[in-house]
Design a binder for this molecule. Structure first.
Ligand code: GDP
Ligand code: MN
Length: 416
């Protein structure tokens, strides 16, 4: 695949006034293949394995040369390097025994490619299919040209692993999503790539389906590389890379459910679903704050007094009992946390509702296990502080002053 940096060099320019941080959902190859299959774009019938023994079994069932491919969210696997045996992440094997030996060096190790972080990516799945007899490799991709505000088709007859060095040989065709590629473009592609009429019917159908998928799934990138032509004139896509617009999460639920997250990302994700912004930090003081500004100020003040925050947890302006109970749940499940500071400014939210939520959260878990300092200020603050005092919760200290509250939690945690 073409690296994101190269793509943005092509289309997003560096001179624009706005640099937006956009997150995209990426899929692993086997997931991309399934999606392509759903849209009638030809792909191999691959299987996913997680052990060398399974790899042996699959290749024995295929009983023909087979391809073993590391499943990581990065391209350039073929030319990558494993920290086990120094070989790449795409390997063709002939015998089941060979499959077992190679899979043993691929599963449970890190693969480094031009597109991975320096230490590489951990591989826990391989995708295996019967090797295809490749005659030619093509590159086909759809993405958005932000400069022109239009989708663009990129196409090349020197597809495969050298695409990054052949970037200037890519042909570009801009089009409109509702109408797709014009007959002029199709004829031009046929002439440029030298497809016969019969072949062009097949390629035209693939292009048509790619655009349909791109549109229906809110993709921002759909790349087939290589789309190969076999010696008997068939077309099949061996590798694909997709990205989807994160802003489309709400209408692409099925797609986004495929997203793989590390345990830490999972917490952030669950929090974000409830409108909480959660960021994990290295310290041991848990924070529950409303508003990003107050969250940063709290973080700074805790550092000033010599403490370290375990997180940045913003329950937002519209905090409710439900979001607060989720916030406490996240902190309760984090064994690093030795104390909690709740710092809420009741502007839109009422402090007494926050106080009730704190008491409810404490009661739900049989009391707080770590000291909790609660600083409330704003609407209905006196009632709120009273409510907490009356609740008889030990381990909870209330304070209306931000500075002394921050100092207090740092002292408590420091003395433990
Ligand atoms: P990437 O290196 O991460 O882009 O992984 P690819 O899936 O694109 O594989 C890299 C290269 O391996 C492809 O460009 C092909 O040249 C080759 N390759 C992959 N599958 C097959 C296959 O079934 N048969 C043959 N002959 N080559 C393959
Ligand atoms: Mn590829």
């Amino acid at each position: 695949m073409i690296g994101r940096r190269t793509l943005s060099r092509l289309f997003q320019g560096h001179h624009g006034p706005f640099k937006m941080q956009v997150r995209h959902l990426n899929l692993l190859e086997y997931q991309s293949h399934k999606l392509l299959r759903d849209f009638n774009i030809p792909v191999p019938n691959g299987l996913v394995v997680t052990s060398a023994e399974e790899a042996r079994k699959v290749v024995s069932d295929i009983s023909a040369p087979s391809v073993l491919k590391a499943q990581v969210l990065a391209g350039g696997r073929g030319k990558g390097k494993y920290d086990s045996d120094g070989k790449g992440g795409v390997r063709i094997v002939t015998w089941p025994k060979e499959a077992y030996e190679n899979a043993s060096q691929m599963l449970g190790y890190h693969l480094t490619t031009k597109q991975t972080p320096p230490g590489g990516l951990f591989v826990n799945k391989l995708y295996i299919y019967k090797a295809v007899d490749v005659a030619d490799e093509f590159y086909l991709a759809l993405t958005f040209d932000r400069g022109r505000g239009m989708p663009v088709l990129l196409i090349s007859d020197v597809g495969g692993t050298n695409i990054e060095s052949n970037i200037d040989k890519l042909q570009k065709f801009w089009f409109h999503l509702p109408t797709g590629l014009t007959t002029e473009i199709i004829s031009y592609i046929q002439a440029q790539l030298g497809f016969s009429d019969k072949e062009m019917v097949v390629v035209d159908k693939i292009l048509h389906q790619m655009i349909k998928l791109f549109r229906e799934k809110d993709a921002t990138l759909l790349e087939l590389n290589p789309l190969v032509r076999t010696h008997d004139g068939k077309f099949i896509c061996l590798d694909a890379k997709f990205s989807f617009d994160n802003a489309a999460r709400f209408r692409q639920e099925e797609l986004f459910s495929l997203e793989e997250r590390s345990p830490e990302e999972e917490v952030e994700y669950q929090a974000s679903k409830l409108g909480l912004s959660y960021v994990r930090l290295d310290g041991n003081i848990g924070n529950i704050v409303n508003g990003a500004g107050l969250a940063m100020a709290t973080n700074d003040l805790i550092s000033l007094y010599g403490g370290k925050c375990a997180n940045f947890l913003d329950v937002g302006g519209g905090a409710t009992k439900q979001t607060l109970s989720k916030a406490f749940e996240i902190l309760n499940n984090d064994s690093r946390i030795k104390g909690i500071l709740v710092n809420i400014y009741g502007g839109i939210v009422r402090c007494d509702m926050i106080a009730e939520s704190i008491v409810a959260a404490a009661n739900a878990t049989g009391g707080f296990k770590v000291p909790v300092v609660v600083r409330l200020q704003g609407t209905n603050c006196p009632q709120a502080l009273q409510l907490i005092e009356n609740s008889g919760l030990d381990n909870v200290i209330v304070d209306a002053d931000f500075e002394s509250a921050a100092q207090m939690i740092v002292d408590r945690v420091g003395n433990m």
